[in-house]
Design a protein around this ligand. Structure first.
Ligand code: SF4
Ligand code: SF4
Length: 254
């Protein structure tokens, strides 16, 4: 059975839970489950001893738990639990069916564009630390989508941002995760260290390239013996795509 079915089942359950919370069926806000909220609260906690705006201890606990998870299994949260990553991945698959050939981003430009997620991270933290409010909510797709353009969103500006992200997701696989996700930027330094990773057995590998083609983050799996890349989410699409028995395996290794 393809690992994708298991992964998508988990993502559907998590997406359903977030929608359940967002529709107000629980006293708990869906924002309480945003791990990036833990980052946004750090300054307020350190200086005033309080959480910013709608955030609370759950956000911080989730952030800490995820940092440990990244050290164990790279960005697994992004591939197995993040609702925005899931919507982005589905959009990317749809885009792959709509356009027979998608625009190829020059590798150097791709690298530069990935720096944008650090810019987003710095802006989000500076604005939140300075104001003590989540004033960038209107630009945050997680909040804009699940609040149904609720309090703090910016009307047409938020619609425009969603439209750009949707178009980007259709054109470039994992557009938001690749270029704009501030939580991904927080995970980056630890992700390279994650010790559960995909490994390639060069004796079994026929160099067909299917693994690299299947990777939503365009990681050249075919060219490495261990996938240490910071963007790897351990989604196992590459393992699913490989036809050679035992050529790709998930291992605990440095
Ligand atoms: S899909 Fe399998 S056989 Fe093909 S290049 Fe990747 S590891 Fe090698
Ligand atoms: S290298 Fe494999 S496991 Fe990592 S993101 Fe790409 S397809 Fe997923």
């Amino acid at each position: 059975m393809k690992t994708r079915y298991l992964r998508y089942a988990m993502l559907v359950i998590i997406l359903g839970l977030v929608v359940y919370l967002a529709l107000g069926y629980s006293s708990c806000s869906f924002e309480a489950f945003c791990p990036f909220g833990g980052m946004e609260s750090l300054w307020e906690l350190a200086t005033v001893g309080e959480f910013s705006c709608a955030l609370g201890p759950l956000n911080l606990s989730l952030l800490l738990a995820l940092l440990v998870l990244v050290l164990v299994s790279k960005k697994s949260f992004c591939g197995w639990a993040c609702p925005i990553g899931f919507l982005g991945e589905l959009s990317g698959r749809l885009g792959g069916k709509v356009w027979s050939s998608r625009p190829q981003i020059n590798p150097r430009l791709n690298l530069y564009l990935k720096l944008l997620r650090y810019v987003v991270l710095i802006l989000a933290l500076v604005f939140t630390f300075k104001t003590g409010e989540l004033i960038l909510r209107g630009y945050d797709p997680f909040y804009v989508i699940f609040s149904g353009l609720g309090h703090g969103t910016l009307g047409w500006v938020s619609y425009g941002i969603l439209a750009v992200l949707a178009l980007g997701a259709l054109l470039v696989p994992m557009f938001f995760c690749r270029y704009l996700c501030p939580l991904g930027a927080v995970f980056d330094p630890l992700s390279r260290l994650g010790f559960i990773k995909v490994t390639r057995n060069s004796e079994k590998c026929t160099a067909c390239g299917s693994c690299s083609l299947a990777c939503p983050h365009e990681i050249p799996v075919q060219s490495v013996l261990k996938v240490r890349h910071r963007d790897c989410t351990n989604c196992l699409e590459c393992v699913d795509a490989c036809q050679e028995s035992d050529a790709l395996k998930v291992k605990i290794t440095l």
